[in-house]
Design a protein around this ligand. Structure first.
Ligand SMILES: Cc1cc2nc3c(=O)[nH]c(=O)nc-3n(C[C@H](O)[C@H](O)[C@H](O)COP(=O)(O)OP(=O)(O)OC[C@H]3O[C@@H](n4cnc5c(N)ncnc54)[C@H](O)[C@@H]3O)c2cc1C
Length: 228
């Protein structure tokens, strides 16, 4: 989250990592954001003389990257129900299955068909995602006041209320990048910088609105599930 002036302190800036969904929800002002964690695991494979011909990342259901520091990275698993970050053999096997689907030739070049799955090395971490799998980027509003200000939406979703949004002065968020953050996080940082500096947005308005933190509160009002 970024805080810029106002009651959060002039020029102050705070950052919370996307993988830190649980921590973002610990802040009272952002506790209602529907962030959730999804565990993922990558597998590391030592390069071989024949695997070094791979010069670019190859993606299908999974992905495999060219060797870096003597290792290829392949992945990544999705586990919606596991909060433990200890790498599992089952997910290594799943990653190898995805590699097989990408290229049996590459599988052979890496000698991966003959590697004992129990000895595979890797790493697990959490992705931070939103229910619609879009990032959550932009200014934050005070939820209780928001629900009161736009209560008319409960009765008529086509209303466009004119009341100004009760923003939390100077508080912004950039999170929920899920499994695409390497692409979306820098772009959203540009979007946030434009918001903070009152510059033209670097993305179409429709994209910025699709990623706006208020979208969940609006949907909840329309569905009649807003906080009372
Ligand atoms: C297994 C797996 C595979 C993935 N594969 C891909 C992929 O192929 N392509 C892709 O685009 N994305 C992928 N992702 C997702 C991608 O890693 C994330 O979307 C991206 O890292 C989010 O970036 P971020 O800067 O928002 O958060 P993070 O990368 O989590 O960065 C947050 C940073 O903030 C720091 N931090 C946290 N708390 C504090 C604090 N209190 N004070 C100071 N610093 C703090 C953390 O140490 C960290 O450096 C994958 C994720 C996982 C788990």
């Amino acid at each position: 989250m970024a805080s810029h002036g106002g009651r959060y302190g002039a020029g102050q800036c705070q950052c919370g990592g996307a993988g830190r969904a649980a921590e973002i929800k610990r802040f009272a002002v952002s506790a209602d954001l529907p962030l959730k964690r999804i565990r993922g695991q990558i597998t590391r494979l030592a390069h071989t003389p024949r695997s070094q011909a791979l010069a670019t990342v190859v993606c299908a259901e999974g992905y495999v990257a060219p060797a870096r520091l003597g290792e290829h990275t392949l992945g990544a698993s999705f586990d919606f129900n596991n909060d433990d970050l200890t790498p599992t053999v089952a997910e290594h096997v799943g990653n190898l299955d995805m590699l097989r689907e990408i290229s049996t030739d590459l599988l052979q070049r890496l000698g991966a068909d003959h590697l004992p799955a129990e000895q595979l090395q890797g790493r697990a971490a959490f992705r931070c995602t939103s229910p619609d799998y879009l990032p959550i980027v932009g200014p934050l509003a005070e939820r209780g006041a928001f629900d009161q200000t736009y209560a008319a939406l409960r009765k008529d979703a086509r209303q466009i209320p004119e009341a100004p949004c009760p923003w939390l002065d100077g508080l912004y968020i950039n999170s929920g990048h899920g499994s695409r953050g390497l692409v979306t996080a820098p772009l959203c940082a540009e979007l946030l910088a434009a918001w903070l500096d009152n510059e033209p947005l670097p993305l179409p308005r429709s994209v910025a609105e699709a990623c706006h933190p208020n979208r969940f509160a609006v949907r909840a009002l329309i569905r009649g599930k807003a906080e009372s």
